[in-house]
Each structure stands twice: as structure tokens, then as C-alpha cells.
Design a protein around this ligand. Structure first.
Ligand code: CS2
Length: 460
């Protein structure tokens, strides 16, 4: 039997259900990108916030790519479970905040209508780095991106997240409403600013008046999101069946740790997230930079170096003494480039990250982290290298990680999972890579740092 509302009364006592009746929730949030991360992070926080302070915070979960998750959710009354795996403990919780699951390409107008619904006060996004259709090194809209071109030609039936946001905001403006707050929850530095700029650039290509209205009215707070959520496997789906006594095709697995820091800059009401541990702060940047450079930087380094050594998961790579030591050093290099973060002890943070990486309850595949390197490298590793160089130091482990990425791209050439795979496939020498502007930009200092470290064919 499939999980559904009727099963909520019959769950084993060890499984935590929603503390409210899912059927009674009214729409308040539209979420774009209904992948495993959102289901284990933002939706979970919203469930806990509604339990603490009831309110109309039902989520319309929209997938822009892939119908599997919306189909699975619709077949089970939009309920799904989170299996939280610690090194020794396993906990299960059913999440009931989704009120509707949509697969955007089937009915883009329905998505635009939900975005512009006066009940929608918050729009959240987890569309991954490449979902922003931007140039990673500059943060500018990639106007040549096929989805952006399609959305400019056909703005009422968008494909891209930016296209949907602008279509939704145009409808909000036409009705003289207040726009919802738009929260980017992806691992980009200053994700809110980046998204605001992309929306502004896209809107001005459509209608400068609309762009001006968005600049005045819409708010895009920055956020830092953190929870390790590997892709769900068949094994997880079969484990949840045994645990619940019901089949759940939309289950997600996550580590016990989670963190969400949001800039206090809302244009409309929001769930009482602060009551359930979300940090609402004046400035997210220090948290964001620390997380991107220490956690994600180390993740990418482990992925490229770990795969080359034949490891499959983060926990396996962390059990390799050479890579564990390299991870600690990389974190020290990154920490040395950061200004003090209020209330954050970077040494303790690093130690905690290493323990999280070593959690063998989570099978986080290195190949999943290795994906889309062109979109990830600048904020994860290149910033550390450039800042260390500017301060007269060097960051050898971060540089080794970049070298490992280059080796990975060369090795995987024919089957590289990266939106820029085609262009990357044409690069031959290391110098070709360093001159590849979408990733390395035009920062002469960064290039100098890499060449000085011996990462160059001609510089050696
Ligand atoms: C990972 C992140 O896949 C990746 O690139 O580095 O998804 C990471 O697990 C999360 O950012 C943790 O919060």
C-alpha cells in the first residue's frame, strides 16, 4: 500500500507525523525545484514552523525538470518521509506541508498563476547552481542559454526559474499586488543578490518598466542552507517501506544536522521559521562564505581527488588518511581567508564538518558532488586561492583540488555531467583551462596564483 492521508493514523509509533492535518493547510508558499534537498530542508523547517505557530503555509511544490517526483507525490496525497541517518540512529518523519505538486512543462500557466496568487507570500527556490542560467564567474545572465532564449521568445510559457519568476512578478504587478518574498536556497555566494540581478536583467530584456517595478518592490533575501542530502536510492525506498509499512516513492534521506540562515528582508509575511532554529540575521554573507569555502570546497576536493583514488562516497574518502588530512588542511586554508564570523568558531566548525563527512550512515556519492563543477568551482575553491594569494599566502590544497577537477574533466570528457561539458571538452592544456573565462573569469591575480603554484603547462 502507498503512503497517503489514510495511512497517517496507522503509522508505527516510532514514526513522527505532521502535527497538523495536511488537508487543512492553505497555500502560502510556492517552491521551484522539488529535489531531495528541498524536501529534507525547507519543507521540513516549514512543517516544524507550522507546528510551532499554525498558519497558511502550505507549499505548492513545482518541478521544472523531471516529472518523477511530482508524480510520486501526487500518487500519495503529497506526503513523503525523511529518513534521518546518524552514525548509529535512524529516525523517520512524515512531512505534510505540500498541498499540490506540479510538473511545470505540463502546464506552465498554472505555475505562473500560483506564483501570482495573492495567497503566495513566499517563493523559495532550490534549482541547483546551473538552474540560474548565469555565467558562474560573473553572475550575469547567460543570454545565450537555450532556456533563456526560449523564455524571452515565449514569456507566458517559461522553462527557466528566472523566466517563471519574471512571468509571476509581471502578473503580480498587473494586479497591483505586493510581490511575495523570493528566497534563493542554492549554494551560490550572495544567492539573493545574484537572483535579483538575473531577474532584473531578464525583466529589462522584456520590459524596462517591469524591471523598474521589480527593483522597487521585490525582495530577494540571501540565505545560507545546509544539510547533507544524498540522492535517494532503491535501497532507501525499500528501507522506508519496511519501516512505515507503506511504500513511499518520494522518500529522502538526510543527516541529522541542518542549518538555515536567512537575511531579514521580507516583503510579506512568512512562517515562524525562527521558532524552529532558523537564524534570521541582518547579514548572511559571513555564514555563506564560511559554508561554501569550508563545507562545499572540501566536498568538491574530496569528490575529484576521491574519485581519482577509486572511492565512491564521502565517508569512504574521509576514511582515507591522506584525503582526511587534505580536507583538514583545505579547511584551514579557507578559514584563513575569512573575516571572523559572529558566533562561529571556525576550528570547531571544521571539526564538526569532518565528523559530518565521516557519517557512514549517509552514502553520499562523490560522483553526485563532482557534477556541474564549472558552476561550483568559483565560489568553493577559486575564492580561497585568490584571497590567499592577495594576502601573500598560498592555498596548496585548494590548488590541488582545482588540478583534480581539471584531471576529472579530462578523464570524463565523453560523459562529463556539466552544463558546460561541450566547451570543457574542447580544452586541451592546463593553460586552456585557466583561460576558460566562464569558470576562471578575467582575474589576473587568480591566474597568477595558479601559475605560481605550478598549475600551468607553460609556467613550469
Ligand atoms: C554538495 C552539496 O552536491 C554538492 O555539490 O557539496 O549539495 C552539499 O551536500 C550541501 O550544500 C550541504 O549543505
Amino acid at each position: 500500500m502507498k503512503l497517503g492521508r489514510a495511512s497517517l493514523a496507522h503509522l508505527p509509533a516510532t514514526v513522527r507525523g505532521p502535527g497538523f492535518a495536511p488537508a487543512s493547510l492553505a497555500l502560502g508558499i510556492v517552491h521551484l525545484g522539488c529535489g531531495a534537498f528541498a524536501r529534507a530542508h525547507a519543507f521540513w523547517y516549514t512543517q516544524r514552523a507550522i507546528e510551532a505557530t499554525p498558519g497558511p503555509w502550505g507549499v505548492v511544490a513545482v518541478n521544472l525538470r523531471g516529472s518523477t517526483v511530482p508524480d510520486a507525490l501526487n500518487a500519495q496525497d503529497c506526503l513523503y518521509s525523511i529518513l534521518t541517518r546518524g552514525p548509529e540512529r535512524l529516525d523517520a518523519e512524515i512531512v505534510g506541508v505540500i498541498v499540490e505538486a506540479l510538473y511545470a512543462p505540463v502546464d506552465p500557466a498554472a505555475v505562473v498563476a500560483r506564483l501570482a496568487d495573492p495567497a503566495t507570500r513566499v517563493v523559495t527556490l532550490t534549482v541547483t547552481e546551473k538552474g540560474y542560467c548565469h555565467v558562474p564567474a560573473t553572475g550575469d545572465l547567460d543570454e545565450a542559454h537555450p532556456d533563456i532564449r526560449a523564455d524571452l521568445a515565449n514569456p507566458e510559457a517559461p522553462r527557466s526559474a528566472v523566466g517563471f519568476l519574471v512571468a509571476g512578478l509581471a502578473a503580480v504587478r498587473a494586479r497591483r499586488q505586493t510581490p511575495p518574498t523570493i528566497l534563493s536556497c542554492d549554494n551560490l555566494p550572495s544567492n539573493g543578490r545574484v537572483l535579483a540581478k538575473l531577474v532584473a536583467q531578464f525583466a529589462s530584456l522584456r520590459d524596462p518598466g517591469l524591471a523598474a517595478w521589480i527593483a522597487d518592490e521585490a525582495k530577494f533575501p540571501c540565505t545560507m542552507v545546509d544539510r547533507i542530502v544524498p540522492a535517494t536510492t532503491d535501497e532507501d525506498r525499500s528501507a522506508v517501506g519496511t519501516l512505515l509499512g507503506y511504500a513511499d516513492e518520494a522518500v529522502v534521506v538526510a543527516e541529522p544536522f541542518s542549518q538555515w540562515v536567512i537575511e531579514d528582508r521580507f516583503s510579506a509575511a512568512r512562517p515562524a521559521w525562527e521558532r524552529v532554529g532558523v537564524q534570521i540575521v541582518p547579514d548572511v554573507a559571513p555564514f555563506e562564505r564560511a559554508k561554501l569555502r569550508l563545507l562545499n570546497g572540501a566536498h568538491s576536493a574530496l569528490a575529484y581527488r576521491g574519485l581519482a583514488k577509486g572511492h565512491a562516497t564521502v565517508a569512504e574518502a574521509m576514511a582515507d588518511p591522506e584525503l582526511a588530512a587534505a580536507t583538514r588542511t583545505l579547511m584551514e586554508e579557507a578559514a584563513a581567508t575569512l573575516a571572523p564570523v559572529p558566533g562561529l568558531d571556525l576550528a570547531a566548525y571544521s571539526a564538526q564538518l569532518c565528523a559530518r563527512f565521516a557519517n557512514a550512515g549517509i552514502r553520499h556519492r562523490l560522483s553526485q558532488i563532482a557534477m556541474d563543477g564549472s558552476q561550483k568551482l568559483p565560489q568553493r575553491l577559486l575564492g580561497t586561492i585568490a584571497d590567499a594569494h592577495a594576502a601573500g599566502r598560498t592555498a596548496p590544497e585548494a590548488i590541488k583540488a582545482v588540478a583534480a577537477w581539471i584531471a576529472h574533466v579530462r578523464r570524463e570528457r565523453d560523459k562529463l555531467a556539466d552544463p558546460l561539458a561541450e566547451a570543457l571538452g574542447l580544452l586541451r592544456t592546463v593553460d586552456d583551462f585557466l583561460a576558460f573565462e566562464p569558470v576562471f573569469g578575467r582575474d589576473a591575480r587568480l591566474r597568477a596564483a595558479l601559475v605560481a603554484a605550478g598549475l600551468s603547462d607553460s609556467g613550469r
